[in-house]
Write a protein that binds this ligand. Structure first.
Ligand code: FES
Length: 80
């Protein structure tokens, strides 16, 4: 099964893999950022409010983060 990245509605980017060791998160210098919680799906913030960036801490709920648009409605994305 491929590694999947899910754009969660009004929330984070959920990254899942059959084996969590397949997911390696790097900083801008190429250093490994250890997962926040071993054995749990990785969830990355895209609202900007998390206090544990790059991970989601649930702050998007308090912020009332709303997706700017449905990514599937973007005409500039390849279809199919
Ligand atoms: S997306 Fe969850 S805290 Fe930003």
């Amino acid at each position: 099964m491929p590694i999947t990245i899910t754009v969660r509605k009004n929330g984070s980017l959920g990254i899942n893999a059959e084996d969590a060791a397949q997911i390696v998160l790097l900083d801008h210098e190429g250093k490994v950022i250890p997962p926040r919680a071993e054995g749990r799906p990785m969830s990355l913030c895209r609202c900007g409010a998390s206090k544990v960036k790059p991970f989601c801490d649930g702050s998007h709920k308090e912020l009332g983060f709303i997706d700017p648009a449905d990514p599937m409605d973007n005409p500039d994305l390849p279809q199919g």
